[in-house]
Write a protein that binds this ligand. Structure first.
Ligand code: HEM
Length: 122
């Protein structure tokens, strides 16, 4: 009985490892990556970065154009922060396409929870 349990546990951990490696490879690119601490510094009108789904966007040019339908304040409010929830809640496919233009790299957070959350949650 104990042996069967051990074999099952072993199988589960091997499957778990494969899933983790698969998710890691799928979501990690070799682009420039930034830490949350570094991103946090970019929270001003003339230097505004946001995180959406583990990707980093320098939205300063968009902010400076003053064309955001939701206003500039809300962009500034999320400057240097993770805007995933708000962005995914509110925006259309068109907005995602606009956002793409400002992509500068990835968040260097590849913890299992973070990878899983971004793949399944939003
Ligand atoms: C560069 C990043 C962003 C881009 C390109 C963008 C783009 C857009 C676009 C195109 C719309 C019009 C509706 C639509 O097509 O979805 C919109 C509306 C809106 N956005 Fe953003 N957005 C950005 C960031 C944000 C962030 C971080 C927030 C934070 C909550 C936000 C809040 C809103 C709100 C509240 C509206 C609705 C305005 C209304 O209907 O009165 N946006 N955005």
């Amino acid at each position: 009985m104990l042996l069967i349990l051990l074999i099952l546990l072993n199988r589960a951990s091997i499957i778990f490892m494969f899933i983790y490696v698969f998710l890691y490879i799928m979501t990690t690119s070799h682009n420039q990556s930034y830490s949350r601490n570094e991103i946090k510094q970019h929270n001003k009108e003339d230097d505004c970065w946001i995180i959406v789904k583990n990707k980093v966007y320098d939205v300063t040019p968009y902010l400076n154009e003053g064309i955001h339908p939701g206003g500039d304040e809300v962009l500034l409010k999320y400057g240097g922060k993770d805007a995933t929830q708000s962005f995914t809640d509110i925006h259309s496919n068109d907005a995602w396409k606009i956002l793409d233009k400002y992509y500068i790299g990835d968040l260097n957070d590849t913890s299992f929870i973070s990878v899983l959350k971004n793949m399944l949650w939003y």
